[in-house]
Design a protein around this ligand. Structure first.
Ligand code: PLP
Length: 424
């Protein structure tokens, strides 16, 4: 009935996806009644865990006091939450809410094009910005077809992507400054923006010298720099990658956590760029943006409740400490069995790669042992730890020390099970 049995391609995995029925805190139960410690956390959106009391209470209050789920008008809540987000991500700037991360990246790119008067978009190989034609290239290309490492070529990620868009697209190699500088300098004249995940896959860091050079060069060349912080916002630090690097992009995109488990997205950035959204602006420079559910009170208030809870002194540090504990537990198990590994992550999110080589970009991920990793993740699911195979671990404030202990034991068991089945 539904192709692949899923409502989004990413939810599929071999041999089949698992249907879930119920969740609470750090735990999730499937339709057969099996219980798992959950590290998917809805792809990172749930930083307080499933059904956090503050979020549920807020939703009840909104429903009980506002008398509606959506007004279709501006609300005071948007202003209050918008101020919080701006203070953290772009002080003195402007904000516009959307319904998803994909809508935020789409809007950010449109704004950059309107502002610069240029067409071409540069993105990084292996970086994801949502399923929109303009940005749906070179996210997961076949390496053999994607050109040399230092001069990757744009490859469409979906059969329908209009190939003519590819001539307006430039691909950059993450963490290779020499090549990036060459490409940007060569193409500067036509470039409307550079958009990036400051941590590839949410976990592979942009090296600091690279980030500094990229910010400087894009500023010198007057190319707006867009941080897509849909994964990293409120996860690598409270102030996202913007805080981690102390680098201010021209525009940032937020999503996931800022909805507290309900659909949301936001674009924050320089006021003169977002001014193109002002409906009173001159025709010709105005950017059209609309959405029936933009800024709806349920998403805004559950997002604000989530962010407020995360900003309580000590809360983020606890999330970070627990994440680091699980990271070192996982690498200790792999090291103990002489399985080469790289464990990468910051704040409340990490992943591990089965390779002895440092992982700095998409091609390094592709050359790690993804097959072994997939089997290991399937063993973990069998042993009661849920994550999308090969995907990152997202922790929440609901993950207790006990959960971490159980997870480490089950990880060790999964490694043993895998080695035993390989030997038999
Ligand atoms: C970095 C990044 N940008 C954009 C998106 C798209 O967000 P959404 O799924 O809310 O449309 C995602 C989704 O995972 C993402 O990770």
């Amino acid at each position: 009935m539904t192709p692949g049995g899923v409502s989004a391609g990413i939810k599929f995995f071999d041999p089949y996806p698992i249907f879930m029925k119920r969740a609470q805190g750090s735990r999730i139960w499937d339709v057969d009644g099996n219980e798992y410690v959950d590290y998917l956390m809805s792809y990172g959106a749930l930083v307080l865990g499933h059904g956090a009391k503050t979020v549920c209470d807020t939703i009840d209050t909104v429903l009980g006091t506002l008398g509606t789920t959506v007004f279709g008008t501006p609300t005071e809540g948007e202003i209050a939450f918008g101020k919080t987000l701006l203070d953290m991500y772009h002080p003195g700037g402007s904000i516009r809410f959307t319904n998803s991360g994909l809508e935020a990246t789409t809007l950010a790119v449109r704004l950059a094009r309107a502002h610069s008067g240029k067409r071409r978009i540069a993105k990084f190989e292996g970086h994801y910005h949502g399923a929109v034609d303009r940005l749906l290239f070179s996210y997961s290309p076949e390496v053999a077809k994607a050109g040399e490492a230092g001069s990757p070529v744009p490859i469409a990620d979906s059969a329908d992507v209009d190939k003519s868009l590819l001539s307006d697209s430039v691909v950059l190699p993450f963490n290779d400054w020499e090549a990036t500088e060459r490409i940007l300098t060569r193409d500067a004249e036509g470039l409307a923006c550079v958009i990036m995940e400051p941590f590839e896959e949410g976990v592979i860091p942009c090296e600091r010298h690279y980030m500094g050079s990229l910010r400087k060069l894009t500023r010198d060349l007057k190319i707006p720099l867009i941080f897509d912080e849909v994964k990293t916002g409120f996860r690598v630090r409270l102030g996202g990658a913007t805080e981690f690097y102390s680098v201010l992009p021209d525009i940032s995109c937020l999503g996931k956590i800022i909805g507290g488990g309900l659909p949301i997205g936001a674009v924050v950035g320089e006021t003169d760029i977002l001014a193109h959204l002002d409906p009173r602006g001159k025709q010709g420079t105005r950017v059209f943006h609309s959405g029936t559910f933009n800024g709806n009170p349920l998403s805004i208030n559950s997002g604000k409740a989530t962010v407020d809870a995360l900003m309580v002194p000590g809360a983020f540090d606890l999330l970070r400490k627990r994440t680091e504990s699980l990271m070192s537990g996982i690498s200790a198990v792999l090291d103990g069995r002489d399985i080469p590994n790289q464990v990468l992550g910051e704040g409340g999110m990490f992943n591990f790669y089965l390779t002895s080589k440092p992982v700095r970009c998409y091609r390094d991920v592709k050359s790690s042992d993804l097959r072994l990793r997939r089997f290991l993740d399937l063993e973990q699911i069998t042993n009661g730890v849920y994550l999308k195979p090969e995907n990152r671990y997202c922790l929440s404030l609901a993950h207790s020390d006990d959960d971490l202990g159980v997870t480490k034991e089950r990880f060790a068991q999964s490694v043993e099970d895998l080695l035993a089945s390989a030997a038999s």
